[in-house]
Structure formats: structure tokens, C-alpha cells
Write a protein that binds this ligand. Structure first.
Ligand SMILES: Nc1ncnc2c1ncn2[C@@H]1O[C@H](COP(=O)(O)OP(=O)(O)OP(=O)(O)O)[C@@H](O)[C@H]1O
Length: 890
């Protein structure tokens, strides 16, 4: 028996104290099993082991176990924290009177090590005793207030929780159903949770289902999938006439997708180490069983969609819980669909491929900083603040560069002039004119050209550092692992140095402009002369994020590829073990050998557009009038493989069914609830939490549909199938909304009070606008962009903020790669690059000006074009376990 520090509880602390016998094969009634049938679980109860006896003491926080015989003593003590239990049971007769505890202590504090399932059984003197103890432990787990004087019995317990589980059998690598059987359902049953499980059959199945079910019957809706299915559920809830109550239904996620961003956030805020795959699933399932719920912000996103009737763009609204992405991030997300079989390694490969042909996109990003929201009505506008703070990225870089002083509509020149003498004013106006002339000249060669000075500096520094690195790596080559990766990286950076600019969206390379350097130096010098009121300094842009953007653009400290970074890179690339190392090698083979030549616009050929599902853009400037959206076509060569997956589509009414792996099809026939039994009236009543003694966790009977008997003890949540071939009973009061168009059906939706309609200009006041070439824009409201990407470490589920990260054209590939590698630890915020900005906002508007590109919301493709979004704080409720504050049990 392990013997962690087990201080003997004082009698005052004890809620219960008693003596128990051991059970099973004499190992102190401790059996560790890993998802397989447990000989000590009630299903496997067979024979008692040799006589052993234990003294058990229950306190509010722990179960203390002291072995009395054989060999009593200090080392025979065990402390079971109640925070690591998911449940407790007392099997019914004729099983012996056992107290069975389901314990999931965390694995070692090493990345990727799973929780271990342990079942501990103790033989009570009588059934009454066993039931009393079982009730006491369950009261503590469910948060029932108890004291040492409480008479424990089952009547104190609230009714078992009821969950609707929605499983996308094709999410991730198609393991969701398998993991349900091996990990999820056993734990849920041990936690005494009732459930019904439904496999989704097609895209939008969950959305339609959720629009129509009777919600009060469920304590929570849990998706067993990636983030995409939760996106459907949230939008299904918001499309109900009773959306205000509906959206308060706790939602949970058991990660079986490839990105699993929300699960990563939940895992992170529970205080667990970053992990992927089964360890992440076990952590999330454990937290689900613990049952804490907390508020979660939603973001209302308005996109412009072509109306089928008149071909004109019309706004379409959806609700998002995770992110809006444009550029690099959404490109990788959508383009890596073709590598779906790799699981989460698809993003590694996708990132490397996209890095090889880095694109930038022209656009305009406007955002409303949180500080100005709510204060505008009561207080007069601050005098020194310009009416509209618009930053036109052009010649200038972003940080401490002349951009802040050449803003066209900020009224800054005048303000400065007033504070200076007449002569100075004249000089200033001369300088201003000169700058204007330069701008005019430069406009002819593309907006990113101005970045060349900063970029050159960056490259110079990188070159120096690389030289050092190169020498170091040569010296240490024989000692170090991964020298191949390092050499590859050096090669990549070398290539980059030889290729001085990133490729702009229209395929033109950004030339070095040595003649601009001098001008920029002069301008930078000007800027240092003074600070100007109302000027949006980079530091202001990055307010609250601890990013030192006050310095001159210089990445030498953080951005140089030091050995720790190289190590991180190697680790990152190898992260997914076998696949990733192959990926990296094949990638670099591609980039150096077969990759598209830089400067060519190879990435926009027709095949790729189709494969990626990108939307052409309406090239007219905003506001929109002509719709040119094209239907998504799919031509993935992997389409018919078991891992094939349709690209994420924005068309919520298209029901594209995919070919499925045979095993899953069969599974679906036998187990899926709604659509397989035509004309059968089915109840969606949660299955009663079956006693582990009665049913093997591995039997599939839990999935069988049950007839809806009127005499059923518990009221059955019912639904009407959206599919015409099925009839489900619907309580009249619920109202039936059938065949509603996906977006236009939201009744009395929450208003976006911070935003004008998408086709109207933004208010002049308080909004910040940045226009130029972007490599990526990412708006995220959870901490994680993927289970292993801590994109916004400062984000909280209910902080009421949109965390915007934007990367402007001119960033080097190496820096971008470092940004993503640092994101694994959330360290990217301290990576100082003049091209990277992090700001918080309450609302934003994004106007892509490049003709083609990819926009995603929660990882789902949406029509390419103008988009705006506003945060709605604490609108939904998320099951997060019992970490953190403000937890209510569901
Ligand atoms: N049975 C199904 N067949 C086809 N598509 C489905 C089915 N069930 C759900 N979908 C759709 O599949 C898309 C992707 O699902 P999901 O996000 O859950 O998995 P994933 O993409 O593997 O995960 P992640 O978003 O974490 O990468 C969603 O848009 C969802 O609507």
C-alpha cells in the first residue's frame, strides 16, 4: 500500500469512522485497472482475499485509510483526497456489503501521463453501514452540506445528474466511439451520472437536434468530439425561441477532435499540465464528473453571406465560443484537413507547409478597446483623444515608428503644432509635407515595403545570431541529439535571409528598399523627440500584455534562435513522435526541393482553392454590393479513406454525408439513437446510472434505444426528429421549429450594442483601425487555440474580452515559427517583434481587402468577406470541474 503523508484526522474533523475488511486478492483491496474490467469492481466481484482489516475515517476533504492487520503501522496508511474521486457505490444484494471508491489520481507530473484509474473496495460489517458510507462520500462529492452530526442516508442525495452526450464518430482520428467505451462511459457511470448518447450522422445534425429537444430534462449537453460540434450545439441553443434560458444549459466537451482548444483551456484552468489525446480526455472526463460549472463568454459574429434570392450580401449571425481567424491560422486549419489522419500532428505539418509559402493579406482591422466601453456616455470625450484613431499601415512599421505620427485622421499634427513655437511649427509642417511625399512615392511599391528597415534589422540580428548558432552547433554537433533538425532550421533561415521578403497576397515580392532606410531612420529620430497626445503608441496597443513594444524594433534578444529555442523547436517538431519527425523531414525536403518558388503565387491555383474550401472574395470595397461567393467544392484525394473528412463548410444546410469506416457504420446502426428506427417513438430519457455490479462498462447495451413508456418514472426528454423518417414526441410547450434556415431563425437575439450594422461605417469615436498587410489576425476568447497552443494565457472563460493577435507582413518565417513554438508555453507574448501585436477588445471588425482568403469561426469555415464581432459576457455556462472560483455544481 502506498503511504503518502497521512496525518491522523482529529476526532472533530471526522464525519464518519469505522472498521472495514479488505476485499479481493489481499492487496489491501486496491486494484488498479486501466480501463479494462476490474476484478474488484462490482461487476467483477468474486472472492474475498485473505483477512485484512482497515480503519476508515472520512473528513470533509479526505478519506483516511489505516491498515490494522496484517502489519499495522505508519507505512500502512493511505490518504485518498476526495478531490480525486469521481464516485462511490454500494453494490446491491446479493453482492457483499461493499464500499467501492472510484479514484483517479493524476499521473506523474510529466507531460502526457494519464490519470490512473484505481478502484478500492472495503467490506463493511453490514449493508446499512456500507450504504451510510457510500451516501456520505457522495454527499461530499455533490456538495451537500454535512456535518459530524448528519445522519447519512441516500435521501440526502440530489437526484443523479443527466447528460446528453453527442458523439461525432468521425472527429479527430475517428476514435470517439472507441474512447467512449474504454474511457468515457465507465467513468461517467462510476460518477453516478445518467446519460443518453447520440452519434451525429452528418454535419448540423447536433444543431438541429439541440434546436428542438426539451432541455429541462438535461443537466448538461456534452459533446464528445472536437470544437466544431460544440459550435453546432451553441448555435442550436441560440436558434431556439427560448434561447435566453436554453443557452444557460451547461455544456461540456470531451475532446476527441484534432484541435481540442476548449478542452485545452479547461485542462489548463483546472491546473493540470498540458497534455493531448487520452490523457487530455481523461482529465476532461474527470472534471466533467466532478461537475463544476462556470460562466463562459460568447461572441456574436456577423458575416456577410450572399443571399440566394437576390444575390446580394446579407448579414448572417452566429455565435462563437472560441475564435475568429484570418490568414495563417485559418489557412493552416482548413488546409490541414487533408492530413486529418495524423491527428493533432496535422497542424504541425500544416504550419510547416504554410510557412514554406508564407502569404500576406491586405485588410483593415478595427477594434474597440475595453477601456472605452461604458465610459463614453457619462464622461465627456478626453480632449486629447482623436475622434477616430485610425492607423494606416503603409510606409511605417508599427512600433515607435513614424506611423504614429502620420495618422491621417487623428488630428495630431495640429495638436502638436499648438504646443510648439511658430518656427518649429513651420519645420514640422515641412517635415510633414516631406513625409507625405515619401508616402506618395512609396505607395507605388506596396505597403509592406516600409517594413524593410525593421525587417533588415531583424534579419541582420538573426544572421548574426545564426552565425553564432552555426558555430555552436558545429562545435556541439557530435554531442547533441537532433542535429539534423537544427541543420534543417539553419538551412531554412539561411534560405530566408537569401529571400528577403515574404510573399504578398498578390504574388509580388516586397523589394528591399535601401533608399527608404535613411528616411526611416530620420523619421524614427523625429519620433523620439517627443510623445504626442492621442497617438496610439505600440505600448498602448499592447497594454496589459506585458509586451515591451516601446523598444526599437529589435528582435535580437528574444528572437534569436538560441539553443533553448532550437531545443524547443526540435521538441515541437518531434512532439507527435513518429509522425512529426517524418513530417519535419518530408516538409523540409519539400521546402528546399519541391516547394513552390517564393514569389510565385502557386498557392492560389484552382485545385488548392477547391481542396481548401476557400471562398473567393467580393473585391468591391466595403460596403458590399456584389456577391461573388462560390459554393464550396471538395476534391480531397483522401475523401474515401477512413480518415477522410469533409472540409469544414459554412453551409449549414448542406447535409454532406461522408463515407464512413465500416466498423463505425455498424456501430451506428446498433447504437445510435434517433434515425435508425423509422417511425419508432423513442424516448431520450437518460439511462439510469447503472450499478457497476449490474452492467459491464464495456457492454454496448447502454446505447440501446428505449421505448417511451408513459409510465416511465422520470419525465423523458423528448424531441422530434428533424429527419422526416422519424417521429419523436415533443411536448407541446416546447414548440417545434422545423426547417428553419440556420441563421435567420434566432428570435430576439441579443443585440450587438457596440456595433453598427455590417454595411455601415463604424462610429468615429474610440475605435482603432489598422490597415495594411497582415499575415494573420486571430481573435480568441479562450486561453487555447489548440490543446497544446496557449494562445492567450491571460484569457479567462468569462473575462468579457476578445484577445486579438495580429501579425503584419514583413515578419520573417523564423520569427513566425518561433512565435508558434513559444505559444506552446504561452511565452509568445514576451517575444518582441515589431510585427506582432496583442490587444484586448470588446468588439472588432475585419475587412479583408485581398480577393481570396480563408476565414474561420471556431475553426469552421465561414464566407470570406467583411466580418464583425462583439463579446457577450458570461452568456453560456461551461462544465469545467471544480477548479477556479464561482463554481456552481450542475
Ligand atoms: N457524423 C458526422 N459526419 C460528418 N460531419 C460531422 C458529423 N458530426 C459532426 N460533423 C461535423 O464535423 C465537423 C468537425 O467536427 P469536430 O470539430 O467536432 O471535429 P474535428 O474537426 O476533428 O475537431 P477539431 O475542431 O478539434 O479539430 C463539424 O463541423 C461538425 O459539424
Amino acid at each position: 500500500m502506498p503511504s503518502p503523508e497521512a496525518p491522523t484526522p482529529s476526532p472533530a474533523e471526522a464525519l464518519l469512522h469505522g472498521q472495514f475488511g479488505g476485499w479481493s486478492s489481499g492487496c489491501g483491496s486496491s486494484i488498479s485497472s486501466n480501463g479494462s474490467s476490474c476484478p474488484n469492481s462490482p461487476g467483477g466481484l468474486s472472492s474475498p482475499g485473505p483477512a485484512a482489516s482497515y480503519a476508515l475515517t472520512l473528513t470533509h476533504t479526505h478519506l483516511h485509510v489505516q491498515r490494522l492487520s496484517p502489519r499495522p503501522g505508519k507505512e500502512a496508511r493511505l490518504l485518498v483526497p476526495l478531490s480525486e474521486l469521481v464516485g462511490c457505490s454500494c453494490p446491491r444484494a446479493p453482492a457483499p456489503p461493499l464500499l467501492v471508491l472510484y479514484w483517479y489520481p493524476p499521473g506523474k507530473r510529466r507531460k502526457g501521463v494519464s490519470r490512473r484509474r484505481q478502484v478500492r473496495a472495503y467490506l463493511a460489517e453490514s449493508r446499512g453501514d456500507a450504504e451510510r458510507w457510500s451516501a456520505a462520500v457522495q454527499c461530499l462529492l455533490r456538495g451537500v452540506p454535512v456535518s459530524a452530526t448528519t445522519e447519512f442516508n441516500r435521501s440526502l442525495l440530489p437526484r443523479p445528474r443527466r447528460l446528453l452526450l453527442l458523439v461525432n464518430p468521425f472527429s479527430g482520428r475517428g476514435q470517439a466511439m472507441q474512447w467512449c467505451q474504454t474511457h468515457i462511459l465507465p467513468m461517467i457511470r462510476e460518477a453516478n451520472i445518467s446519460y443518453n448518447l447520440i452519434q451525429t450522422e452528418r454535419q448540423n445534425h447536433a444543431r438541429e437536434l439541440i434546436r428542438d429537444i426539451s432541455l429541462p430534462e438535461w443537466d448538461g449537453i456534452v459533446i464528445v468530439s472536437g470544437d466544431g460540434l460544440l459550435h453546432e450545439v451553441i448555435n442550436g441553443l441560440m436558434e431556439r425561441p427560448d434561447w435566453e434560458q436554453a443557452i444557460k444549459t451547461p455544456v461540456g466537451i470531451l475532446p476527441c477532435g484534432s484541435g481540442n482548444a476548449l478542452a485545452g483551456s479547461i485542462n489548463h484552468y483546472a491546473g493540470f499540465d498540458m497534455c493531448l489525446r487520452e490523457p487530455l480526455l481523461l482529465n476532461c472526463c474527470f472534471l466533467l464528473c466532478r461537475g463544476g460549472v462556470r460562466p463562459m463568454d460568447l461572441v456574436s459574429v456577423t458575416t456577410s453571406q450572399t443571399s440566394a434570392r437576390n444575390g446580394r450580401p446579407s448579414p448572417r449571425r452566429l455565435f462563437s465560443f472560441l475564435s475568429v481567424a484570418w490568414g495563417f491560422v485559418s489557412d493552416v486549419d482548413i488546409e490541414s484537413e487533408r492530413y486529418r489522419g495524423l491527428g493533432s500532428a496535422r497542424f504541425t505539418l500544416g504550419t510547416l507547409v504554410r510557412l514554406a509559402s508564407l502569404r500576406s493579406y491586405k485588410g483593415r482591422l478595427s477594434y474597440l478597446p475595453p477601456s472605452v466601453v461604458g465610459s463614453s456616455d457619462s464622461t465627456p470625450p478626453p480632449q486629447r483623444r482623436p475622434l477616430s484613431r485610425s492607423i494606416t499601415e503603409g510606409l511605417e512599421g508599427f512600433c515607435r515608428t513614424p506611423i504614429h505620427r502620420t495618422v491621417s485622421d487623428m488630428g495630431l499634427s495640429e495638436q502638436r503644432s499648438l504646443r510648439r513655437g511658430e518656427g518649429e511649427r513651420e519645420k514640422e509642417s515641412e517635415r510633414e509635407k516631406e513625409r507625405e511625399r515619401r508616402r506618395e512615392r512609396a505607395r507605388g511599391v506596396g505597403v509592406t515595403r516600409a517594413s524593410s528597415l525593421a525587417e533588415d534589422k531583424e534579419k541582420e540580428v538573426e544572421a548574426e545570431e545564426l552565425e553564432k548558432e552555426h558555430v555552436m552547433s558545429k562545435t556541439n554537433a557530435t554531442e547533441r541529439d537532433g542535429s539534423v533538425d537544427e541543420a534543417i532550421l539553419n538551412k531554412e533561415e539561411q534560405t530566408e535571409r537569401e529571400t528577403p521578403t515574404s510573399q504578398s497576397e498578390d504574388g509580388t515580392e516586397e523589394p528591399d528598399s535601401n533608399d527608404k532606410d535613411e528616411e526611416q531612420i530620420q523619421e524614427s529620430g523625429d519620433e523620439r523627440d517627443g510623445t504626442y497626445d492621442g497617438v496610439l503608441e505600440a505600448g498602448e496597443v499592447n497594454e496589459g500584455y506585458g509586451v515591451d513594444m516601446e523598444r526599437e524594433p529589435n528582435e535580437s534578444d528574444e528572437c534569436c534562435l538560441d539553443s533553448s529555442n532550437q531545443e524547443a523547436l526540435r521538441r515541437g517538431l518531434r512532439k507527435n513522435s513518429a509522425p512529426s519527425s517524418q513530417i519535419v523531414r518530408s516538409f523540409f525536403g519539400l521546402s528546399t526541393g519541391q516547394g513552390p518558388p517564393l514569389g510565385s503565387d502557386a498557392s492560389y491555383d484552382n485545385d488548392e482553392i477547391d481542396l481548401n474550401g476557400t471562398y473567393p472574395f467580393q473585391s468591391e470595397p466595403y460596403p458590399l454590393d456584389i456577391a461573388r461567393e462560390r459554393a464550396l467544392t471538395i476534391s480531397s484525394p483522401f475523401r474515401h479513406s477512413p480518415f477522410s473528412y469533409k472540409p469544414k463548410s459554412s453551409d449549414h444546410n448542406q447535409n454532406m454525408s461522408r463515407p464512413r469506416p465500416l466498423s463505425l457504420l455498424q456501430h451506428s446502426h446498433s447504437n445510435s439513437l434517433p434515425p435508425k428506427l423509422p417511425s419508432l417513438s423513442l424516448s431520450l430519457s437518460p439511462t439510469p446510472p447503472s450499478s457497476p455490479s449490474c452492467t459491464s462498462p464495456h457492454s454496448s447495451s447502454y446505447l440501446a434505444p428505449r421505448p417511451n413508456t408513459p409510465s416511465s418514472a422520470s419525465p423523458s426528454p423528448s424531441l422530434r426528429s428533424p429527419s422526416p423518417s422519424f417521429t419523436f414526441e415533443v411536448p407541446e410547450a416546447t414548440g417545434h421549429i422545423r426547417n428553419r434556415p440556420a441563421a435567420a431563425t434566432t428570435l430576439n437575439p441579443p443585440k450587438d450594442d457596440l456595433l453598427p450594422p455590417l454595411d455601415q461605417p463604424l462610429p468615429a469615436r474610440d475605435w482603432v483601425t489598422i490597415e495594411g498587410d497582415f499575415v494573420l489576425v486571430l481573435a480568441i476568447y479562450q486561453s487555447h487555440l489548440g490543446a497544446d497552443l496557449l494562445a492567450a494565457p491571460q484569457a479567462r472563460f468569462d473575462d468579457g474580452l476578445i484577445h486579438l493577435t495580429f501579425v503584419r507582413a514583413g515578419i520573417s518565417r523564423a520569427t513566425l515559427l518561433r512565435l508558434f513554438l513559444a505559444m506552446e508555453r504561452g511565452a509568445h507574448l514576451s517575444l518582441s517583434s515589431p510585427y506582432v501585436s496583442h490587444v484586448a477588445a470588446k468588439a472588432f471588425r475585419l475587412q479583408p481587402l485581398s480577393p481570396r482568403g480563408t476565414l474561420t469561426v471556431d475553426g469552421e469555415l465561414v464566407p470570406y468577406g467583411p466580418l464583425q464581432a462583439q463579446i457577450h459576457p458570461s452568456m453560456a455556462r461551461l462544465i469545467v470541474g471544480d477548479a477556479g472560483v464561482k463554481i456552481t455544481k450542475f
